[in-house]
Every structure is written in structure tokens, then in C-alpha cells.
Design a protein around this ligand. Sequence first.
Ligand code: PSU
Ligand code: MN
Length: 306
Amino acid sequence: MSGSPGEGPVRVSAEVAQALSGGVGVVALESTLLAHGLPAPGNRYAADDLEEAVRAQGAVPATVAVLDGVPRVGLSADELDRVCSGELRKLSVRDLGPAVGLRRDGATTVAATAALARLAGVEVFATGGLGGVHRGARDSWDVSADLGALARTPVLVVCSGVKSILDVAATLEVLETGSVPVLGYRTDAFPGFYRRDSGHPVPWRVDEPAQAAAAWRAHRELGAPAGAVLAQPVPAADELDADLHDRLLVEGLALLAERGITGKDVTPALLAHFHAGSGGASLRANLALVRANAELAARVAVAGAR
Ligand code: PSU
Ligand code: MN
């Protein structure tokens, strides 16, 4: 399905196409976290850092984005520059058709990255945090398309859970409804992005990449249509202090209400508040966890390719 570069609706880089046909592990990397989750110019260093983390484990990185109306799996250095320029639109799955048809550029969310990775034949991908059910979703109806996409796209997503700015319990319920397996990596607790424990358990725990690969392979062989989540907590040394985290969350939520911020502006506003109020600690945590997830995804991809 991967085809050669330039073939089909998705352009797969020569290196990624060669890895796929040669049975080498490939890890898709999401671009919204680069374009919108991390500030420039550090995001460009992060883009290289993530690709290096994947290579160091013997896998090939495939960062995903839409450039000049072409969905691309595997980007050149120049293309990564464009993704990190800060000018790209955020594309979820529903935006892919318009972006391609109108020949636009965009960074892909978890949902859109999963859709394009699948078209390219890449099964494992790494990111920071999943989108989920927002607090107050009962009134706002704000539930990320990531959850619906995971229920119908067979891709294993390695992440650090979801941010505590979301309704974590409701997010886990929607993943259950979508029949999306959730595996904790060396943890019994679903991670809360900046914090190692969101206060909610995971249904399954694995302690080795080979176990994650085995669970994923069996899930696929049983014909399950859904993706899966492999959730790894932020490294202990980079976890945000609990009191600081809780204070920033309460303040941030109050700020949203005060300024009437809703919809897709909620997450960027809260993240900006965390970054400003933590003296850089939230950014360090973010970088550390994404790197660790890229590395783990590569180890799972290599174990699965054997
Ligand atoms: N959560 C994070 N960092 C992120 C995102 C989510 O901790 O960068 C991004 C991901 O790209 C995710 C998207 O797929 O936000 C979800 O956006 P929305 O809630 O608008 O669906
Ligand atoms: Mn939303």
C-alpha cells in the first residue's frame, strides 16, 4: 500500500518507502505538536531531536504533514523548516480533503496523522498528548476528532495520555466505547501528560516493547478495526511539580472563563498560561515526554518488524 514516492494519494519519502518494503520499523511523527504545541525556534530542534530518537533505535522516522496540497509521510529538512515556521494551519481528518483539493499547507493532528500513516502503511506513531473530551463538553460538545479517528483507524499511538485540562475520565470512557485498547507502559496509571498519574487506572499494563508489539499484532490479527493507545508517563525527572501544576490549572481555567475563550482556542490559551507560569518547566516536560515517546515507538516498531 505504501507504493513508491509520488504514487497514490500520499507521497511517501524514498527512505520511508524503502524501509517499509524492507521490513524495517517505521515511526510516524505528528506535526501539529511541532507547528502549534511548541514555540519557535525550539520546535525546529525538537523536530530533529525526535527523528534522531527514532533512528537511534534502528527505525526510520516519518514526520507527516500536508505541503502544497500533497499529504507527505517522511519530510526533508526543508519541509521540516516549513512545518516549524509557525504559519501552518492545524488539520484534523475532516480538513484533509479541503487542504489537498485547494492545494494548501497544514500540520496534522493525531487524527489526521493516523489517517495518512495508515494510507502509507505505517502502523506505529508517536506524539505527546491525545485530544480528548473537554471539560464542560456536555454543554460545548467539544470532543476531539482524535477519539473517533482512533476508533476506526488501525494505528498504534504512543503518547503520554491526555492533559489534565481535559475531562480525563470521560476521555477514557469514549476510548472504551470506541473499542480502543489502552496499554500503560511500565505503569498502572493512565498518565496525565505533565504528571505521571492522572488519577485513573489503565486496563492493561506492559513492561517491554515486545509485549506492546505482541498485543498490537494480536489486536490486528483478530480483525479489530480500531487503533490502540500505548501510554507512557513523562520521565520522573521532568514531571511538573504537583502543586505548581494544580495552581496553573485552576488559574488557567479561571482565565478562560474571564476572557470567554472557547472551542479550539482553549488548548493554546491554557498551554501558553502553563508555559508562562512555570518558568519553562512545562516546556521541558513536554519536550522530554515527546522524545521518550518517539524512542519507545521506535522500539515497538522494531520489535514488531522482527
Ligand atoms: N494535546 C497535547 N498537545 C498537542 C495536542 C493535543 O497535549 O499538541 C494536539 C494534537 O495534535 C492533537 C490535537 O491531535 O491537539 C487535538 O486537537 P483538537 O482537540 O482540536 O481535536
Ligand atoms: Mn475541539
